[in-house]
Design a protein around this ligand. Structure first.
Ligand code: PEP
Length: 251
């Protein structure tokens, strides 16, 4: 079994002060946890401040997005170098909210993934089907297209640095979670695809699940052999809930 990765995506929530309160609570609650990688993705404006609060803890920081450009006249954008400099080791790329509201394409996700790796960040690449794609039986086709697109031109050796987050769009923020079996089936398909693309190196690639993960469903999700962790939205804003998710007990 791979070491689980539990990531909290705070989205556009928290100020520096409320984010600091949340991190201090989390640090306390997570003291005994040893065998899980823990990542939080606060808003850009809080990252540097929070980097000091997590410095001597197991919590690592992620950006929620980044530009594929290195620097220059791109008003409002943030580069890999800036995220690294502020204290991030990871970056979320291609979240469905970026794809939907900001029209990010598979090719944009690919450019960001390659730029993140070049810049020394570990990308957490989000894929997942919309409700209409699920209902028309196109889940696997959609997810495979997104994974193939995101990883175009990736050096085979770099695949070890990535994480794929399978996040069915219909499950994000809706309270509707994919059943553990439904999620497992997609995770297996992603693993097989990665193997076809990159060979045995993919044995170390974590495929995590996201979409209404809560304390009461994490145990059954983590009992699936191909679910290697979770990307958590809403529940990551409550220290007790996120700590319970991180400290899951496979059912
Ligand atoms: C997310 O946005 O990545 C997510 C999974 O959100 P939620 O847990 O709130 O469904």
């Amino acid at each position: 079994m791979l070491k689980p990765l539990m990531a909290g995506n705070w989205k556009m929530n928290t100020t520096i002060r409320t984010g600091a309160d949340l991190v201090l609570k989390l640090r306390d609650l997570l003291k005994g946890v040893e065998d899980v990688d823990i990542v939080i993705a606060p808003p850009f404006t809080s990252i540097y401040h929070l980097s000091h609060l997590v410095a001597d803890s197991r919590i690592k920081l992620a950006g929620q997005n980044m530009s594929w450009e290195k620097n220059g006249a791109y008003t409002g954008e943030v580069s890999a170098e800036m995220l690294l400099d502020a204290g991030c080791r990871h970056v979320i790329i291609g979240h469905s909210e970026r794809r939907e509201y900001f029209k990010e394409s598979d090719s944009d996700v690919n450019k960001k993934t390659l730029a993140a790796l070049r810049g020394g960040l570990r990308p957490i690449i989000c894929v997942g089907e919309r409700l209409e794609e699920k209902e028309s039986g196109n889940t696997l086709q959609t997810v495979k297209r997104q994974v193939t697109g995101a990883l175009d031109k990736l050096r085979p050796g770099a695949v070890k640095e990535i994480t794929i987050a399978y996040e069915p769009v219909w499950a994000i923020g809706t309270g509707k979670v994919a059943s553990p079996q439904e999620a497992e089936e997609v995770h297996i398909a992603i693993r097989e695809l990665l193997f076809e693309m990159f060979g045995p190196d993919v044995k170390d690639v974590r495929i995590i699940y996201g979409g209404s993960v809560k304390p009461d469903n994490i145990d059954s999700l983590m009992a699936q052999p191909n679910i290697d962790g979770a990307l958590v939205g809403g529940a990551s804003l409550k220290a007790e809930d996120f700590a319970r998710i991180v400290g899951f007990k496979p059912a």
